[in-house]
Design a protein around this ligand. Structure first.
Ligand code: ZN
Ligand code: ZN
Length: 206
């Protein structure tokens, strides 16, 4: 399983591309710079098998419709964020534009749903708190967690935005700290870390 980070946009979001053989990619959080994302796909001869949005905030979804137009595939976003993610409530001018609601949107809502595309499988872990529909992707076989804005290296997502909750975020973090310590964590912003390092050093995890 290959995983590559493309840092996109003024908020420096970690857009992650994951693939194996066949070359059908998971594109996670296409937050900005559609040309950079599509250039990466072309260089690696990849088609898109699915899009996964860790949550609906504009810095994580702004390039979605640009990439989707050339590479159609199902889009997974938690139902808790669907209502506002493609509306003007999500505007943050002048940095990001709101993408159109995709025709291929498949809202996820059941806990521990499993996704399988291109020979790669992952489990969805619901992690509300930073936003109502926060969700992480756990690639158990690849020892990899995509943590969105729920967990960062030595920090956690802010909870003062609409629909956020510090108490709910703590419950979500407890779910993540049950994962194996060697699990590599790619957060929505900033450097990678591991579950073990965060359990030992993150001041927001009790
Ligand atoms: Zn966010
Ligand atoms: Zn973010």
């Amino acid at each position: 399983m290959n995983s590559e980070i493309i840092v996109v946009g003024s908020f420096e979001v970690n857009c992650v591309v994951i693939w194996d053989d066949p070359k059908l990619a998971w594109v996670i959080d296409p937050g900005a710079d559609p040309d950079a994302i599509m250039g990466f796909l072309k260089r690696h001869d990849l088609e898109v098998g699915l899009y996964f949005l860790t949550h609906g905030h504009i810095d994580h979804i702004s390039a979605l419709d640009g990439v989707l137009a050339k590479h159609p595939a199902p889009v997974h976003l938690h139902s808790g964020d669907v209502a506002w993610a493609f509306s003007n409530l999500n505007r943050f001018p002048p940095y990001n534009r709101v993408p159109q609601r995709p025709a291929t949107l498949q809202p996820t809502s059941t806990p521990a749903e499993r996704l399988a595309v291109g020979g790669v499988t992952a489990e969805i872990i619901e992690t509300p708190g930073h936003s109502p529909g926060g969700q992480c992707l756990w690639f158990k076989d690849g020892d990899l967690l995509i943590s969105g804005d729920t967990l960062f290296a030595s920090s956690v997502g802010r909870t003062d935005l609409p629909g956020g909750s510090g108490r709910v975020l703590q419950e979500s973090l407890r779910r993540l700290t049950k994962l194996p310590e060697q699990t590599l964590v790619i957060p929505g912003h900033g450097p990678t870390t591991t579950i073990g390092d965060e359990k030992r050093h993150n001041p927001y995890i009790s």
